[in-house]
Design a protein around this ligand. Sequence first.
Ligand code: NAI
Length: 460
Amino acid sequence: MATSHDVLVIGGGPGGYVAAIKAAQYGLNVGCIEMEKVLGGTCLRIGCIPSKGLLESTERLHQAQNEFADHGINVSSVKVDLAKMHARKDKTVGELARGIDELFRRSKITRYLGVGRFLSPSKVTVVGTGEEIQAKHVIIATGSKSATLPGIELDGERVGTSTEALNYPEVPKEMIVIGAGAIGLELGSVWQRLGAKVTVLEYLDRILPEMDDEIAASALRIFTKQGIIFKLGSRVTSAKKDGRRAIVTCDGAPPMSADRVLVSVGRTPNTEGLGLEVIGIETDKRGRIPTNEHFQTTVPGVYAIGDVIAGPMLAHKAEDEGAAVAEFIATGYGHVNYMAIPSVVYTSPEIASVGFTEKQLQEKEIPFKKGKFPFIANGRAKVLGDTSGMVKVLAHAETDRLLGVHIINNRAGDLIAEATAAIEFAATAEDVARTTHAHPTLPEAIKEAAMAVHNQAIHM
Ligand code: NAI
């Protein structure tokens, strides 16, 4: 018997589950097909959450080994129990996943376990169980998977993706990371802090291609000082298992070997098996589903959000698109402000950004003024013993409206929220500069950088 829903969501990651809950809040009858037993998608199962778990644990290790003594706390011996570290991370994932199950239950969302495949724009089958589901609106939220390169042989052991690097059973002596994006730097940092010799091979002459040049250059200096080896301008041409090791080759350089290789060269949208060809949706050159500003595909009644469409592949971008598409279906409105989507790399220090980079503003010929403030001049940073990094505020040269904020600091991921809210509310640098910030706190550095836009910083 065919079941029917007002809204059927394919994919239960941050985009899909938020869309489902939001649609249910509007009183719609909602179903969600997810092929994994655990809801939450890549972000919760094998991405953001477990990686932050390991980053947190290894940061504490680093502090115990290198920073406690400065506080007069002497720890005689620090030992790592890797199995316990993994267990803690897995427990967090499990608890959060059960939380989404509970939200689904309370929202009366019907859950289907299996792969969703279109039979028509308004009918989807669950491959495996053979169920057929009718829906007025179908939202594709199937996310993305790790990309690879020609010449790379992923074997799931010696040469793998972030999924494997979240679960190495022992600390590699030597690890090669291919690609200096967020994933490579976060997981490279984890294993470097645990004792691995980490070498990052990056094709470009810089790290973090999406981040502001000056901030990325500063991050490169800090990570190099921490002991990560960077080989910039290295184009990897092959990587494969070689007994208990792996061999990696780059253009014009002798082969390198390591215990583990992490391939982190981007992600590709998950559209295989959806039956897009059955309903006449064509993907673009990068495998993404084209949509308009209301997340409508070329087929009426079928929508797409998150990593399968254009834009940054970030969980919070997918979540906001999920909420917006549900709102659009229910009310005819629904909007995401792409100018105000923050991006965070959770290394130590963290690197966070919102709005335009200097280079983007130059390319767009938008006149801007810049204000910078280093954490070395911030009282709280001094107390925390972490004075590296800075805040950079970019504001329109004529209107003073905030155009971009870039932060490098251990708490940059939290600090960027103020800048994002300011951009969302179309604030000027002066608005931020005139806002009272508690003292002593790290956000005072944002206020000072905003004051520096007009050469009026107090503590510099
Ligand atoms: P990425 O696209 O951010 O970086 C990949 C890097 O690999 C680039 O710098 C690229 O130049 C390099 N590369 C490509 N081909 C190469 C080759 N043959 N040899 C050497 N280097 C090569 O990809 P990443 O880090 O895998 O992340 C994927 C997506 O997931 C991104 O969209 C990222 O924003 C998102 N993500 C975000 C996180 C966060 O916000 N904290 C965490 C994890 C992922």
